[in-house]
Design a protein around this ligand. Structure first.
Ligand SMILES: C[S@@+](CC[C@H](N)C(=O)[O-])C[C@H]1O[C@@H](n2cnc3c(N)ncnc32)[C@H](O)[C@@H]1O
Length: 214
């Protein structure tokens, strides 16, 4: 286990300094997402996590209720981190690899030493982190050089019309869930110094699998 961690139950002062919107959503999250999971999300999760090395030290950021645990590669160890204690509590009820620890922390300030992980990943998280730039800087720091950073995110689609629809939608979703529907996540990752190797587009570019290297 990487050093300097706060596991579930040992609340970090930083992580619990303000209430998370997701604390309120946690009880309904799995049920609300079930139709989407069946239609496409579960398949995309499996696809994304197949990019991670077997037997690697992994960091999941914004692990939520643990819906990715079923797809972790064989022999995974490391940390599933999450900001909301209520989401984390639900995650703790799902089976996960024995050497993967639950850690309450913000993505923008990770309590891990430099180069602690072989790879990091996040699904549907960079739409809601307060500072994508700070979170990507942290991923660059804690993942070893040439390690993978893999993302499944909904983003601002290209095209003037669809893009501006998402700009308008975002005003509403930020107010409601602090969820930005017009983030340009691959560009943010590149701006933070990650090498964006591949982007797979789904749903007219609204959903992207973004594969980067440190
Ligand atoms: C839409 S949910 C996705 C959860 C999970 N990754 C999934 O695919 O089901 C977004 C998650 O990101 C977490 N989150 C939001 N901002 C965060 C931050 N700054 N640091 C860590 N986690 C954060 C939320 O608490 C929430 O659990």
């Amino acid at each position: 286990m990487p050093e300097g961690h706060h596991i579930l139950g040992e609340k970090s002062a930083e992580a619990s300094s303000r209430p998370a919107v997701y604390d309120r959503l946690a009880a309904h999250y799995d049920r609300a997402f079930r139709p989407l999971e069946r239609w496409c999300l579960n398949r995309w999760r499996a696809r994304l996590l197949s990019e991670l090395p077997e037997g690697g030290r992994l960091l999941e950021v914004g692990a939520g209720t643990g819906l990715n645990f079923a797809h972790y590669p064989r022999g995974a160890s490391g940390a599933a981190s999450e900001f909301s204690i209520e989401m984390l509590r639900r995650a703790s009820e799902k089976p996960r690899p024995a050497d993967v620890h639950l850690v309450q922390t913000r993505a923008e300030q990770l309590p891990f030493a430099d180069h602690s992980f072989d790879a990091a990943f996040a699904t549907l998280v960079f739409c809601s982190v307060d500072s994508p730039a700070a979170a990507f800087a942290e991923l660059r720091r804690v993942v070893r050089p040439d390690g993978v950073v893999a993302l499944l995110e909904h983003v601002r689609p290209g095209g003037a019309l669809l893009g501006s629809v998402f700009d308008q939608l975002s005003r509403f979703t930020v107010w409601l869930f602090r969820d930005h529907f017009n983030r340009r996540t691959a560009e943010e990752a590149a701006r933070a110094g990650l090498r964006v190797e591949r982007i797979e587009q789904h749903l007219f570019g609204v959903v992207q699998l973004i594969i980067c290297r440190v």
